[in-house]
Design a protein around this ligand. Sequence first.
Ligand code: SPD
Length: 367
Amino acid sequence: MEAGAGSGLECQKIMDGKVNDSKNASDKAIIPSCCLKARASDPELEAICHSTVVSGWFSEPESCSAGKRVYFNNPMWPGEAHSLKVEKMLYKEKSEYQEILVFESSTFGKVLVLDGIVQLTEKDECAYQEMIAHLPLCSIHSPKNVLVVGGGDGGVLREISRHSSVELIDICEIDKMVIDVSKKFFPELAIGFEDPRVQLHIGDASEFLRHAPAGKYDAVIVDSSDPVGPAQELVERPFFETIARALRPGGVLCNMAESMWLHTHLIQDMISICHETFKGSVHYAWASVPTYPSGVIGFLICSTEGPPVDFIHPINPIEKVEGGLKFRRELRFYNSEIHRAAFALPSFVKREVALLRDSSTTAQQIF
Ligand code: SPD
């Protein structure tokens, strides 16, 4: 199905609140991409999620509001709630952009939550940060200039620092308070900011990219929050176009790309846009992160036109990067076997995502 086409009804169901009735909820378990776009163009429909702790349990999230309506679901994963037992609340504050919450959980260590959504836990953050950094950087020879979009906790910077060939790590984070909170509560991640190669830019990433010299970066890593609220435009075409422009020929993008169990529409949209924008190769990879909805997270990984990039067989394996395995701390999740395995997709994903393209295109050609 073409993006948005025929899905206005689904959009209407959600805006009418019918998504909470059990029949409709089971009919449609994911938010259609048209709704995400509608929200972007109509501030009245902007979804705001709230952190709630009831009887010592944090639930992601208990309630969200869109305009005047309140939903007892997150529109990104309706009909589900993910909970962690809270040992101690450590911090709760509203920044200019979002609500920031930190708590000590019983089983996953400290947890960082933005607008009611878990961003990381001390126990499983290694999987996400290591994958989003090393999938792209191990796929190109000798990366030098890297840009991180978002990533204010510093974990992705920590991982990029393992690459001794890298000379410059620009990071553009919109919310300075996230950085400050990470420095206070998550020193094992915020240590990433101590690397002298890091240049911090506080501001809007689209704006930053529009002013970046064309072809400046070997790799861009988009470590955003979910596309509800401030991160909405990070899944839209103009944003991908500015990234493609900022990359050198044969440069690579790795973008957080949600869950294949929950968001095939959104993944389809992103893949479609990236095929048109990047003109090199476009792949989808995934990893297990137990505290993210459905327990997995995906990565959209693309290259611009130029020297071809073989993402599946890393040309720059981490095991051969000087100090790569142990810089600052040992790798906990990523290795070259996990890298290759991350591109193996379940059959339903190959089928559903392949539907996006014209019927003559097989799943094999896409992945
Ligand atoms: N559903 C949560 C996705 C969060 C992605 N960003 C995590 C930031 C960690 N550096």
